[in-house]
Design a protein around this ligand. Structure first.
Ligand code: ATP
Ligand code: MG
Ligand code: MG
Ligand code: MG
Length: 493
């Protein structure tokens, strides 16, 4: 393709460097100095002290006015959690790169909007009639005005009225977590089809009309008491999904049909002898193999980058996210590729390093660590995977016999407690069996079992413990622990 993935990335960086932005390397996916955050979920995370005005002005960071980068992001827990979508849709990954440009108290809405329009239409040469933009419609209850300035500025760069759409808090007011810098945002969406007006499909989870780029106008900090505190300066924080942009420029309908993923699919096929990837989704993926390809290719990226940056699989907080991603992937691999679990993921690593090692050399230097850690973790799960799946079948049959469609929370909890099946893994298996699970019931069963064992087990430190179900309540995640017997086989750090 003309727009090979590395060229797309370089073009973005060069465009902003030419506009006086300093290139800043990606920060680690494990944000060691920010306990409010499980994983780096956006390019702006590493700049939080600059937004908050707490950075030392005499340091290099303190002098930055304009910055550009490509940030490694993970969204598999916390406020932004896309894990349950991965495999099913064509444009959410647990690990992805976010291209971004920043202004720290320097340029604001007008330049930001101009820059993004120029890059997309003049440099990448995307047809303007496929692009739609959104602006914040305001929120009375919150005392927030509509962002009519952004609306006006889009008009000014030439976007027609029927491609400029208002959006609510959920889509057009960006927040990094339950706390932290935030503000109204203005986004750019792309219609992969064309030849129609697709305004009605924007922000409707339509895989053919996808969000590409978010321009956030950082003006507030969400305080621990949930109020919005105006910041001393106004900043620009943008984030564009690299894999989405690549798919658009390569004229593909799915991120997985690009050179970001196809080499990984080729390697998976080589290892497993499976049929080639055919790009089918949902019901059309009759044997489930395409979904498994996507899950495995996505998860190996998360695992490699998380472990490289110090996020080893274990039983709490970040480590538990890594563990459940590995188990989810391992189960897909075994079920759909019929492979022995134990050293499956590590066999894919060399291909990943070939394609991403140049941009992110840290994965080259941590290669052996990643491989050892993955193999150890996989082997420990291999011991319970079989028995757990059989136990699941028994529970599922029992549920159906009773004429029910929901697996009980107690059963889901036993699968977790005895066989190390994370709730999201059990959920997938339940879906396959035509059943649902109730997260609240699972949580109750978990609490009861915790109560029962109170006093017998020593609780770990309060910092960074994770509930497996509450995806939005970060504070909860910082407090609660899970019990998971296979932790003793796992790697603690
Ligand atoms: P979506 O609505 O599609 O879930 P978002 O609004 O959650 O995206 P932002 O927080 O605005 O995403 O992040 C900025 C950009 O990062 C998005 O416009 C998108 O291109 C990209 N992005 C977000 N989440 C993912 C993901 N899980 N996988 C790949 N790219 C993503
Ligand atoms: Mg999202
Ligand atoms: Mg969105
Ligand atoms: Mg967005």
């Amino acid at each position: 393709p003309k727009w090979k993935a590395p060229v797309v990335r370089d073009t973005f960086i060069k465009f902003f460097v030419a506009k006086n932005h300093t290139f800043v390397p990606s920060s680690p996916v494990v944000p060691l100095s920010d306990p409010t955050l499980l994983f780096t979920n956006a390019g702006m995370n590493q700049f939080k002290p600059i937004f908050l005005g707490t950075v030392d002005p005499s340091t290099k960071e303190g002098k930055w006015k304009r910055v550009v980068n490509s940030q490694k992001c993970i969204r598999a827990g916390g406020k932004h959690n896309d894990l349950d979508d991965v495999g099913k849709d064509s444009y959410h990954h647990t690990f992805f790169e976010m291209l971004g440009n920043w202004s720290f108290g320097d340029y604001f809405k007008e330049e930001a909007i101009k820059f993004s329009w120029e890059l997309l239409t003049d440099v990448y040469k995307l047809p303007a009639d496929r692009l739609y933009v959104t602006y914040f419609e305001g929120n009375k209850a919150m005392g927030l005005e509509p962002d009519l300035e952004a609306k006006q500025l889009w008009k000014k760069v030439g976007v027609p009225d029927d491609h400029i759409l208002p959006g609510d808090m959920k889509d057009n007011f960006w927040e990094m977590g339950d706390q932290g810098p935030c503000g109204p945002c203005s986004e750019i969406h792309y219609d992969r089809v064309g030849g129609r007006n697709a305004a009605d499909l924007v922000n409707k989870d339509d895989p053919l009309v996808i969000e590409v780029w978010n321009n956030v106008f950082i003006q507030y900090n969400r305080e621990p008491d949930k109020s919005l505190r105006p910041l001393p300066n106004k900043h620009v924080d943008t984030g564009m999904g690299f894999e989405r942009l690549v798919s658009i420029l390569q004229d593909k309908k799915s991120n997985y049909d690009t050179d970001v993923f196809t080499p990984l699919f080729a390697r998976i096929q080589e290892i497993t002898g499976a049929r080639p990837y055919a790009g089918k989704f949902g019901e059309e993926d009759t044997d489930g193999v395409d979904t498994a390809y996507r899950v495995v290719a996505d998860h190996v990226r998360l695992l490699t980058f998380a472990i490289t940056d110090g996020g080893y699989p274990n039983n709490e907080g970040r480590g538990y996210v890594v563990r459940r991603v590995l188990r989810r992937g391992a189960r897909y691999a075994r079920k759909y590729f019929n492979v022995q679990i134990g050293d499956f993921f590590s066999k894919i690593i060399p291909t990943l390093l070939d394609h991403m090692g140049e941009m992110f050399p840290e994965i080259l230097s941590k290669k052996q660590d990643v491989i050892d850690s993955l193999n150890e973790e996989e082997l420990s799960f291999a011991k319970t995977l079989d028995r757990g799946e059989k136990q699941f079948e028994i529970y599922a049959a029992k549920t159906k016999q009773k004429g029910l469609t929901q697996l009980s929370g107690a059963d889901a909890w036993r699968l977790n407690d005895t066989f190390g099946f994370p709730i999201d893994l059990t959920r997938i298996m339940a879906e396959d069996a035509g059943l649902t699970i109730d997260d609240n019931e699972f949580e109750t069963a978990r609490q009861q079992s915790k109560e029962a064992s109170k006093g017998q087990k020593k609780e770990g430190s309060d910092l960074l413990k994770l509930t497996v179900h509450s995806q939005n309540v970060l504070e909860e995640e910082l407090k609660v622990t899970t019990t998971d017997d296979s932790a003793k086989h796992g790697r603690e750090n």
